[in-house]
Ligand binder design. Sequence first.
Ligand SMILES: NC(=O)c1ccc[n+]([C@@H]2O[C@H](COP(=O)([O-])OP(=O)(O)OC[C@H]3O[C@@H](n4cnc5c(N)ncnc54)[C@H](OP(=O)(O)O)[C@@H]3O)[C@@H](O)[C@H]2O)c1
Length: 255
Amino acid sequence: MPCNKFLPDRDIADQSGKVIFVTGGNSGIGYETVKALLLKNAEVYLAARSKSKGMEAIQQLQTETGKRAEFIALDLADLRSVRKAAEEFLSREMKLDVLFNNGRVLSAVFMDAAKDGPARDALIKKVGSMMAPITYVHPDRTLYGASKTGNIFIANYYAKAHPGVLVSCSLHPGLIQTGLQRHSAFNRFFAAIAFSPPHVGAYTQLWAGMTATGEEINGKYFVPVGVERKLSGSASDKALEGEVIRYLKEAIKGF
Ligand SMILES: NC(=O)c1ccc[n+]([C@@H]2O[C@H](COP(=O)([O-])OP(=O)(O)OC[C@H]3O[C@@H](n4cnc5c(N)ncnc54)[C@H](OP(=O)(O)O)[C@@H]3O)[C@@H](O)[C@H]2O)c1
């Protein structure tokens, strides 16, 4: 569906019986994603690296929605933690309908994580990955862009890895006022005057995860809201993509 007027409340159907996992769900776009899904009666796992922040968010979400998300501890910088989180999830659920890979990991952390390997698949139907443009203003812009390019490659990999079972896409949420700007007064000021509020940042991933068909999104990259964008620069470099995926596969051996 060409999606330039998406509103979660209006356009997402009731999600009773759906099991959904949101990484980095305690803040910003992740928080708003969890909130929109709770309001649609989904069973939502809110994964956060800090238990206190996660529980605080769950409490706040319960006040705002009347529904309670499930907490899972997950530090994306430590793949032992990722495996533990996946195992805990698998001990509690028989399926996973949608995974929102929303949590922010910068490149240095991404490379650390790569040493240990990705979490194993559950019965995941959709995987989404949040992207930033290479030019995004960030204290460590080069690493940030590189980590996001890596995310695109991983999303592309999963788009092909389990045909007919799993669909996967990558996306940019827009320029959004969130905790992402907390490290820089300039970025906070700039965001306050020019960026959209967090709930708007959740729209594209909610669209992709909850309303689009597999055919519409698999292996593609989107910008707000639900507009496909061709990849360019290093993100479109298939040789580099292959190299990164080979590197990651090698790095996770033994994990
Ligand atoms: N805001 C924008 O304009 C923008 C633009 C492009 C892309 N994005 C992407 O959108 C996603 C959501 O970011 P946001 O804007 O909502 O920022 P945010 O409010 O800072 O949220 C980021 C979330 O990721 C979590 N996180 C960071 N490192 C983690 C780790 N090692 N393990 C587990 N969780 C971790 C954070 O947890 P803590 O609270 O513990 O730090 C937080 O819950 C990110 O992937 C970001 O790169 C945002």
